[in-house]
Design a protein around this ligand. Sequence first.
Ligand SMILES: Nc1ncnc2c1ncn2[C@@H]1O[C@H](COP(=O)(O)OP(=O)(O)O)[C@@H](O)[C@H]1O
Ligand code: SF4
Ligand SMILES: [Mg+2]
Length: 479
Amino acid sequence: MWENAGLDRSRQHSGVTEKVEAPRTLTEELKAGIRDAYAKLQANTPGFSTRRSQSQMIGVVSRALGTGGVGVVEAPTGVGKSLGYLTAGVPIALASKKKLVISTGTVALQSQLVERDIPNFLKNTGLQATVALAKGRTRYLCTRNAAEAQGEGSQEGMFGDEAPLYDRPLAPIEMDVAEKLTKAFIEGKWNGDLDNAPEPVTPTLRMRITTPASACAGRRCAYSAQCPVLRARTEVRDAQIIVTNHALLLSALSLGDSDSGQPLIAPPAEMLLVLDEGHHIGNVAIDQGAATLPLDDMAKRTGRLQILIAGAYRAVDKDKLGNLLPNEAIEVAARVSKLLKAFRDEIAQVWIPQPDEREPMWRAANGRLPESWRQPIEVLADETRTLLNWATAAASAVAKGKQDDPAVERLQRNLGMAQEMVEQQYNLWAAGAARTRRASRRSRAGSPCRAMATPSCTARRYRRRWCCASCCGMRSTRW
Ligand SMILES: Nc1ncnc2c1ncn2[C@@H]1O[C@H](COP(=O)(O)OP(=O)(O)O)[C@@H](O)[C@H]1O
Ligand code: SF4
Ligand SMILES: [Mg+2]
């Protein structure tokens, strides 16, 4: 167990000096609040016993969260870590008007905290706090997309943009499920949380009835009044205790306010952060920071963008979008598609996975990619930047257009998805062009996929934001 509370938090790295809040002090009032919570727990929890290590831990967590520092605790499962950090964290959060954000590595622990540990803690201590579970968008129904998915196939897209970004149309049974889910939601029998969906949801259907941030119209959406995503966001915004997962927490820290202008969880300076199951965070951070790309799939989907591009110009009635004429934008998409295919062939010159390799992985010797890759990667970085600028400009121009028009909303959704897809490509090639550390490729479902990771960029980005939050990491050990 170690702690580093009240550490010097003014740091300089990469030429950036961060100004962060001066260390706070743990006042007598706060200490009294924590002691009081502990005494009530003792009195009201059947079988409660004083555990020396738990008391020690409450001290470490109190100093870390109460003074703006960092504490790390490692102890076996079942010794009382959750109860320990709640005893310290909840009184401090309530007194300082900050949010206690508890991030975990597994869904099981999130459910246990929200359904059992936190309600029991609040009941036994008599403390009052609002609690919310923060999850990613793709775990909630997008009512707009679900409505569209039901009539898919029968719809004539006004702008000729129908479903160019999907691999296959929905099967009749999937459309039927979309209809049943929508009905259950409208009748108030289900709250739109896909983790408790009353019908089985296939991955393809899930993709169709959820929406990424870039394809969501937010408050301008005709369905926003009943939207499960927006409702969940509001609950999180108003909650004093927020339980979340490491992946969403890291997205929130790296995206900042970019999800429809709202912080995904809370601004870092307002967070008192507990990382439960902290041993998972390294892998999650690497996954989050890595850029991956299924080349074959992306080449096909980018090649199909021309229909969407033509639809966007028709919808906004403009000669240029993102400084490009219609034929210029179509040519960029065609070039990117061709380059992706050519790069896939280039990689095949170096390595073809063996059929019996379970997780095929190719690593560049000494982290250096073959010299012959440098030029195609740079060209792909340039071309995808141009395409991304176009998609961003087109999505924004269409968003300013006619409200409450299903055809425009549909086009907006498809442009949002295109933007997300091209951004995924740009992230990889730009990172590769700047400083590629590693290249790997995997074979998945017969479709080769290549991935490159740039952990150094990610670490820098997180460091800037992390310094704003008070933090306590937790790790279980097996004895
Ligand atoms: N001091 C204590 N005395 C008795 N039971 C406790 C004490 N602290 C925690 N518990 C109980 O032990 C179980 C495990 O506690 P928990 O905080 O979830 O442990 P951990 O997070 O270390 O796995 C819970 O049922 C909890 O109510
Ligand atoms: S607000 Fe966004 S998530 Fe909600 S229904 Fe509309 S598009 Fe879907
Ligand atoms: Mg625990």
